[in-house]
Design a protein around this ligand. Sequence first.
Ligand SMILES: C[S@@+](CC[C@H](N)C(=O)[O-])C[C@H]1O[C@@H](n2cnc3c(N)ncnc32)[C@H](O)[C@@H]1O
Length: 280
Amino acid sequence: MASTPSTRFCAITFFHNPRAKFALSRTQTSFSAIHRPIDVATAETASFVAQYVPPGASLIEIGCGAGDVTLALQHAGYSVTAIDADRDAVQLARAKGIHSILGEWPEVSVAPVDAIVFTRSLHHVRNLKRAIQAAYRIVVGPRRLLIEDFDFVSVDGETVDWLSKKVGHGLKTNVLRTDADQFAIRIANASDPLAAWFGNHDEDLHNIDQILAALVPEFVVNDFSIVPYLFRYLIPIMFETQTAATWLRQVAEEERAKHRAGQLKLIGRRIVATASTTKT
Ligand SMILES: C[S@@+](CC[C@H](N)C(=O)[O-])C[C@H]1O[C@@H](n2cnc3c(N)ncnc32)[C@H](O)[C@@H]1O
């Protein structure tokens, strides 16, 4: 059972899928403006959406938070209905000009759309099964469900040590702020970073296996990928500068390269599913 969304926070991915379904030329151009660290993460998520749903489609983004992904998708030509259960997050999104609906999915009434996007929000929802059933009822057309989430427990010691070293480097080069309350700093300051990682784990949140299991029988999973995610934990402690953004992009690239070399685990997860036509 997940707890109240407003008490939760998560940071933000990096990915190349050779099986991309749609031409990316337009969206890549739209997402290429990287001025702040958050833009690195947002561009990755928006590119993921663009690989599976063509610009111009209608989307619901559930758990839009402060609306950065929503804004990038709108700029890329999607018609996005943004929903979040947290009043402060909705206000932040509205301040960006986004029409964000305050409400807790699935207790929100919305018009049918081509696709539904959950970015780092599905692990929070109280009733996973009901959330998926409601998503099934609302999708028409391509009937896609896109989920970007993470598998917190799939790290190992090397992975957490790498993140700690990145924090150390970022502090030394003044792209990161010291903020003892933030997850990445707590991990980096710990004498045993792996123990600190698991000590900061919230068991109430749904894990990726529970999310996958909840999709059946409403959705058929078409694609499941493992992507960089650790770099997202740095964003809450980053200065909002171009230098910091450039560094974060390098960190995300290094995360992927190290995984390819077998030197760390990736915890980001992406699920692409299509509404089942055989559901009884
Ligand atoms: C970790 S944040 C992710 C925000 C944004 N999608 C991003 O990737 O930056 C999770 C968000 O999901 C929202 N949320 C959680 N459960 C929800 C629900 N059942 N309905 C609507 N929003 C929900 C929370 O309020 C929070 O803003």
